[in-house]
Write a protein that binds this ligand. Structure first.
Ligand SMILES: Cc1cc2nc3c(=O)[nH]c(=O)nc-3n(C[C@H](O)[C@H](O)[C@H](O)COP(=O)(O)O)c2cc1C
Length: 310
């Protein structure tokens, strides 16, 4: 079983990918970038490098670069460029629920247009060298959970190497529960790997997920932010081994490193924003993260935050 770190715009950037995969052993096998929005032209290098600085640096984890758009030809030429720049795999986003994105005919609204999804995947697959995987990420449908099978089949038919399914419709938003049993149905129909995603926050959620859709690859987003050792815990469980939640003292080392990386990448007054965002997730499992969040939530000065972290 492989475990993917989910793409999360504004949250899982290269700092977060580096941090979460540096927790040894992280249990994370593959990371996916935030989406790069493709509209009408060939994007400059800097846009790809902003989403994936790893293209120019050494990364210790396999990466997929995610594209979002609705014009097959434009997506294809941008995918070919990303591949030429070193993207090890291309992922296509058919799940983004954002109004702005959907109003420009991108993301989840394409779930109502199976033939366009097919044409996008086929065009990208043809434009990218065969050794570079082309993958797609969908939700179960737009207004309802009805288009998942035809979209999944179209994606396979168009030549995609893998499919990730976020087990909710666009209308479901992020409201629990995730409807994992649909993924079991898709897995039965498709011969490419189908990655299960959505609402796995704990080992118990994982157990419920596999009960509903069977064992296979999974993708974790918010659950991994809230519990950075969740992928490892799941792998230990699958190996029949016991594993306790990682100690806060160990996690704090990574929290500090994350702050060192992110605090200089943002304007001074926003220096602690990314740290506060992560602590907000972590406090679900770590009371110490809650205490730290309370301590720094009003701080704006980098030195003061560093002091609080020490
Ligand atoms: C803040 C945020 C940003 C997201 N950005 C993306 C994105 O750029 N591309 C994408 O395919 N999915 C994106 N997603 C969806 C996640 O990848 C994932 O499918 C969803 O959060 C469900 O998984 P989880 O319950 O494990 O978090 C985003 C989700 C959140 C909460």
């Amino acid at each position: 079983m492989r475990i993917f770190l989910a793409p999360m715009e504004g949250v899982v950037d290269h700092h977060m990918r580096q941090t979460l995969t540096a927790i040894k052993p992280s249990g994370i096998d593959i990371c996916v970038t935030e989406f790069v929005r493709v509209t009408s032209h060939l994007l400059p290098n800097k846009v790809f490098l902003k989403a994936a600085p790893e293209l120019e640096q050494h990364a210790n984890y396999p990466l997929r670069l995610q594209l979002l758009g609705s014009v097959p030809e434009t997506l294809a030429e941008n995918a070919a460029k990303a591949a030429a720049m070193g993207a090890p795999a291309i992922d296509l986003n058919f799940g983004c629920p954002s109004k702005t994105v959907n109003n420009h005919k991108g993301g989840a609204c394409l779930l109502d247009d199976t033939s366009l999804i097919h044409d996008i995947v086929a065009a990208v697959r043809e434009a990218v060298p065969t050794e570079i995987p082309v993958t797609a990420k969908i939700r179960l449908g737009y207004d309802d959970r009805a288009s998942y099978l035809r979209n999944a089949e179209a994606i396979e038919l168009a030549g995609a190497n893998e499919l990730v399914v976020h087990a909710r419709s666009k209308a479901d938003g992020y409201k629990p529960p995730a409807h994992w049993h649909y993924i079991g149905e898709i897995r039965q129909q498709l011969s490419i790997p189908v990655v299960a995603n959505g609402e796995i926050w704990s080992l118990e959620d994982y157990q419920n997920c596999i009960e509903q859709c069977g064992r296979g690859d999974i993708m974790l987003g918010r659950g991994l932010l809230a519990r950075p050792d969740l992928a490892y815990a799941i792998k230990q469980y699958e190996a029949g081994l016991n594993y306790e939640l990682m100690p806060w003292a160990e996690l704090l080392i990574h929290v500090r490193m994350f702050f060192s990386g992110t605090s200089l990448s943002y304007p001074a007054k926003h220096t602690g924003n990314r740290l506060k965002q992560w602590l907000f997730y972590l406090k679900r499992n770590f009371p110490e993260a809650d205490a730290l969040f309370e301590k720094i939530k009003k701080l704006r000065d980098r030195e003061e935050i560093l002091k609080a972290l020490s």
